[in-house]
Design a protein around this ligand. Structure first.
Ligand code: UDP
Length: 313
């Protein structure tokens, strides 16, 4: 296959590029580099099956030659980033999705949309199955991301139903691993950074909010299987092992062999407004249709990620 991956210089886009190259496919990577980083794909530059195009997919996209699949992963993805880039976040989820869908239609390519557990908002149901419609505040700080991704899902389904395009939608739950940005503001890099420096871990609120963290390699496997599957509707891919943020802080301290303590803080900016109180994927559908479930334990994934960050701190 020849595949286009948007957001290829990002955390997930770069790992996906690696997987497709590893499987013997050709990859066209695209990124405007507002939150992506060329270091993530430096090892692919010069590879005869990899090419990179610096481009903002919210503008018309031109790619020469045939494409068999398009994976749309471009977007700021950390709450900090989408507070900093609210309009580019809305544009890449809406205009960027429309442009990549149009390109898929022209090239007769299969299309895979990176959606998110944020479509469930601050959920009233736990765990969240794909059938849950969500509880989203459209005008809160997270609205720029959540609503763009909800629009993106609607647009993708419209292309499937109206144009007969082959489409897939993955709803990605919290994922971590090497190549996250040390300063992206999300809880995994923040805590690891703080633990490695011996500084207090900043737990927002009382730390009773929950998340479920999956290692990137489990996600990449799920996405690869989904692309090759026949499933036209959204599929959750995440690790159902749910924990409080406070317990997560202790886990990071332990795996990093750090002496850091935990500090409870109440950020005064918008970072914690509408912070989902719980999040855990119901993965029965992924098990059923993809025969997929996560393999990497938190302690192992954290150890790998900490080793990566140790060199950056
Ligand atoms: N969080 C925290 N301390 C930090 C960063 C984040 O306690 O330094 C909390 C945040 O309030 C949220 C959870 O960790 O409840 C996950 O936040 P993240 O930014 O990683 O992504 P989210 O899952 O909210 O999209």
């Amino acid at each position: 296959m020849r595949v286009l991956i948007t957001g290829a210089a990002g955390f997930l886009g770069s790992h996906l590029s690696d997987r497709f190259i590893h499987e013997g496919h050709s990859v066209v990577g695209m990124d405007n580099l507002i939150t992506g980083n060329m270091d993530n794909i430096a090892h692919l530059m010069g590879h005869d099956r990899f090419e990179f195009i610096k481009h903002d997919v919210s503008n018309y996209i031109y790619v020469a030659g045939s494409l068999d699949a398009i994976l749309h992963f471009a977007s700021p993805a950390s709450p900090n980033d989408y507070l900093m880039y609210p309009i580019p976040t809305l544009k890449v989820g809406s205009l960027g999705t429309h442009n990549t869908l149009g390109l898929a239609k022209n090239k007769k390519a299969r299309y895979l949309l990176a959606s998110t557990s944020e479509v469930y908002g601050d959920p009233l149901v736990n765990p969240q199955p794909e059938t849950y419609w969500g509880h989203v505040n459209p005008i809160g700080p997270r609205g720029v991301y959540d609503e763009a991704k909800r629009f993106a899902e609607a647009m993708t389904l419209a292309y499937q139903r109206y144009h007969g395009l082959e489409t897939r939608i993955v709803r990605i739950f919290n994922t971590y691993g090497p190549r996250m940005r040390l300063n992206d503001g999300r809880v995994v890099p923040n805590f690891i950074h703080q633990a490695l420096l011996g500084e207090p871990l900043t737990v927002y609120g009382d730390g009773s909010q929950t998340r479920s963290f999956q290692y990137y390699s489990d996600l990449v496997e799920g996405i690869y299987r989904l692309l090759l599957s026949d499933e036209p509707l959204p599929v959750n891919i995440g690790n159902p092992y749910e924990m409080t943020i406070l317990d997560f802080a202790h886990a990071v301290v332990e795996v990093a062999h750090s002496k850091s303590e935990v500090k409870f803080i109440q950020p005064e900016d918008e970072r914690v407004r509408d912070d989902p109180k719980m999040r855990r994927p119901d993965i029965s559908k992924a098990k059923r249709v993809l025969d997929w479930e996560p393999q990497v334990h938190l302690a192992d994934g954290l150890a790998q990620t900490i080793a990566y960050f140790r060199d950056k701190v």
